[in-house]
Design a protein around this ligand. Structure first.
Ligand code: GDP
Length: 529
């Protein structure tokens, strides 16, 4: 049976995110990918060259000209008959929930590793997250223009620390000042490195065959022999690429290059659009939804304040899981049980100024959120269902919020409510007093919230210590038991920003004792709805 035009379009989608430790080169490689996708032009932006940030601000300006100001959250661009959706995974210092949830909206991941540093902390954490769904992973080992570590050693580290098989697809020839290019092991082709092409689509100078006279001329006899020996060693020590193992998340194809000098990125991208999965099915309470199902479904994985001060609303990012969004269509907002008309969703196709009117499975759209949308919400044209696997995590840090000006209670509540819907913090309101308690995963979140309350909601607040050590979401199928628990355990119960019942425990010991005393009640450290 041949594919329908809709299935063909879905099959072209490649929706992915980049994971890396800070400074490995995520921003730089993003810029180069956008360059290949014709989404930005870097030529002429020499001023900011040193930091590579000029290109990002160009991009932002372009976004503003289009009337969108969501910076780089989602970038869509066509490449070689494919449509690529690149989702930014934010949150540098603290491991953020936002990043985790963004990873639930992608079909695969690109892992960028600093060739001089190898596997670093944050990469390990993010890989753990990818593991939960066996997300397929591409690996790019960066900074070959520097003196980096022994590559085989780095591969070994990836295999042992990250517990995934490595299949090198390209291999660098030389490094640092002596960097000559990369060798494509599968195609037996050398791509020759040329300096000074960082801000344009670089020429692709190819030499077919390591044994060719051209290779000999470029590298000299000694280096050719050296490379051949190294390649033999690599092939013996690593794995051959296997598409199925890659798709199962068990093996990662590995590429080398330098994002800064824009070399090796295109070779990686070319394989990426071939091998990376098109949109995958997504789980719901009523079973999986197939991406080529023509009834529209999608879920919200992130909410972000609109950066444009002229627009005070917030944008809810929705991953489309099946069907087509078209401008002005009606869909059901399952949690609140209402049909809503979506006339002005934001789409993210770069470089195209005319507003796109359609988006399909695998694409991301931005909905203007006036306070009714929460992270995890499902929208559908078909039967009522709820996408699963988009969790909130129990925070580890708590503070009580106090107002400097008590008359601003309304603004404070509104601000905290919205910031918690965005996932910037979690809010807990005890049942038996009027405290407002904030929970966070990382300390920085508190500062961000304080600042944003001041800037966006014009309220000054201060934090006080509060006697809460951990939080658990409370579930129980037995209404009577739950009521009894509420009556007797009332002093430590709260409602969270999403309206869910939570147990806020003063100590770990208190939590274990309570769990023992109430065996019929579930105390969960994550919640989904
Ligand atoms: P991020 O924190 O992962 O987004 O990393 P950036 O893309 O901001 O890069 C961190 C630093 O490494 C910046 O100073 C970049 O210019 C530099 N950098 C990125 N890629 C390369 C590379 O291939 N070679 C060298 N020498 N530096 C690079």
């Amino acid at each position: 049976m041949s594919d329908t035009p809709f299935q063909q379009e879905v099959g072209k989608r490649r929706t992915f995110g980049i994971i890396s430790h800070p400074d490995a080169g995520k921003t730089t490689i993003t810029e180069k990918l956008l360059l290949f996708g014709n989404a930005i032009q870097l030529a002429g932006t020499v001023k900011g060259k040193k930091t590579g940030r000029m290109a990002t601000s160009d991009w932002m300006q372009m976004e503003q000209e289009r009337g969108i100001s969501i910076t780089t959250s989602v970038m869509q661009f066509p490449y070689r008959e494919r449509m690529v959706n690149l989702l930014d995974t934010p949150g540098h210092e603290d491991f953020s929930e936002d990043t985790y949830r963004t990873l639930t909206a992608v079909d695969s991941v690109l892992m960028v590793i600093d060739g001089a540093k190898g596997v670093e902390d944050r990469t390990i954490k993010l890989m753990d997250v990818c593991r939960l769904r066996d997300t397929p992973i591409f690996t790019f080992i960066n900074k070959m223009d520097r003196e980096v570590r022994d590559h085989i050693e780095v591969l070994d580290e990836i295999e042992t620390v990250l517990n995934i098989k490595c299949a090198p697809v390209t291999w660098p020839i030389g490094m640092g000042k002596a960097f000559k290019g990369i060798y494509d092991l599968m195609a037996d082709t050398i791509h020759v490195f040329k300096q000074g092409q960082a801000s344009v689509v670089p020429d692709d100078i190819q030499i077919k065959g390591l044994d060719s006279p051209e290779a000999l001329e470029l590298l000299g006899e000694e280096l050719v022999e050296e490379v051949k020996e190294e390649i033999e060693l690599v092939q013996a020590a690593s794995h051959e690429f296997d598409l199925q193992e890659y798709l199962d998340g068990k093996l990662t194809p590995v590429f080398f290059g330098t994002a800064l000098a824009n070399f090796g990125v295109r070779e990686m991208l070319n394989y990426f659009v071939e091998w990376a999965p098109s949109p995958l099915p997504r789980g719901t309470d009523l079973g999986e939804v197939a991406p080529d199902d023509d009834k529209f479904t999608g879920f919200v994985f992130k909410i972000q304040a609109n950066m444009d001060p002229k627009h005070r609303d917030r944008i809810a990012f929705m991953r489309i899981c099946s069907g087509t969004y078209s401008k002005g269509m009606k869909m059901k907002h399952v949690r609140i049980g209402k049909d809503v008309k979506i006339a002005d969703a934001v789409t993210f196709l770069a470089g195209d100024r005319s507003a796109v009117e359609e988006a399909i499975s695998g694409d991301i759209i931005g909905l203007h959120n006036h306070g009714t949308i929460q992270i995890g919400d499902t929208f559908t044209m078909g039967e009522d269902r709820q996408f699963t696997g988009i969790p909130h995590f129990a925070p580890e840090l708590f503070k009580r919020v106090r107002l400097k000006d008590p008359l601003k209670m309304k603004q404070l509540q509104k601000g905290l409510q919205q910031l918690s819907e965005e996932g910037a913090t979690q809010l807990f309101m005890p049942l038996n007093n009027n405290d407002l308690i904030l929970g966070a995963v990382g300390v920085l979140q508190f500062d961000v919230v304080q600042q944003r309350l001041r800037d966006e909601y014009k309220v000054e607040c201060i934090y006080e210590p509060v006697n809460v050590n951990t939080a658990r979401w409370v579930y129980c199928d037995d209404e009577r038991k739950l009521e009894e628990f509420k009556r007797k355990g009332g002093e430590n119960l709260a409602i969270d920003g999403g309206g869910y019942l939570t147990y806020i425990a003063p100590t770990r010991v208190n939590l274990s004792l309570t769990e023992e005393r109430w065996p019929d009640i579930q105390f969960r450290s994550t919640r989904e709805h």
